[in-house]
Design a protein around this ligand. Sequence first.
Ligand code: CO
Ligand code: CO
Ligand code: CO
Length: 307
Amino acid sequence: MVGIDTSDDASVYKIRDDLALVQTVDYITPVVDDPYTFGEIAATNSISDIYAMGAKPLFALNIVGFPIRKVPVQTLESILQGGAAKAAEANISILGGHSVNDDEPKYGLVVTGVVHPDKVIRNSTAQVGDNLILTKPIGTGIVNTAVKAELASEESMREAIRVMTTLNRAASEAAVNVGVNACTDVTGFGLLGHLHEMTKASGVGAKIDFGKIPVITGVWELIDDWIVPEGVHSNVEFVQEKLEWDSDLPEDAIYLLCDPQTSGGLLISAPKVKTDELMKALTDANVETVALVGEIIEDKENRIYVA
Ligand code: CO
Ligand code: CO
Ligand code: CO
């Protein structure tokens, strides 16, 4: 039902009229020093693609790269314990996995989920007039870069870790219950990159209200000091051609909107008439950030207007 042509979050394969299999794999290199926390973040990030499809995760497998002769095996155990803890929070078990000896540690999950074939929430079905709701603040890539250079404040670091270890489960369940038109999670291509995938696949354009975008504490100060991740530049290139940038906006705000996120929030495209209900459902489900950041507009060129 869903393959690679729409750059969606996971593949979907119908096995019965009332049952489809949702499958994803994702692994990352460490974004924090603490191995347990890294395990939590990697697992949260992997399971997110199941939630982004409006599906329910069933079980997972570990995928591991680890420098087994250079780093004590206890470190690997901590990573796996962090991953298992998040899997348990998502109500799933890790049933196996595979590891290779690797110079740089890598960790993530293969996650299998299920969904009713009529209830799949694609990224390719956003409708003109929809509102865009974002469920986590952005800036984790910038903070993670600052952490590596030992330039991040305690506060920024703590907030980024909380954001990256929060499952998108509650947000996804609220979106499924209310019924929305499209959804994706904001990860490596940044907010604008994933929005671009959505608008292109849906044949629409979008407007973003820059002032409404939730940002992790301290991120603006880091941008002012030119602390931006390497990956931001290719993300800017990826969307540049489609961007209509209001000249009143600060130019370096592009680095924030294209900042590659680890384990970011859901970007939900909801019918205007359902927006209030969705925002209430998200708030009632204790989703910390519920931000109405823009809308879907008619635009054959799939342009994204940021103002
Ligand atoms: Co995704
Ligand atoms: Co992914
Ligand atoms: Co094997």
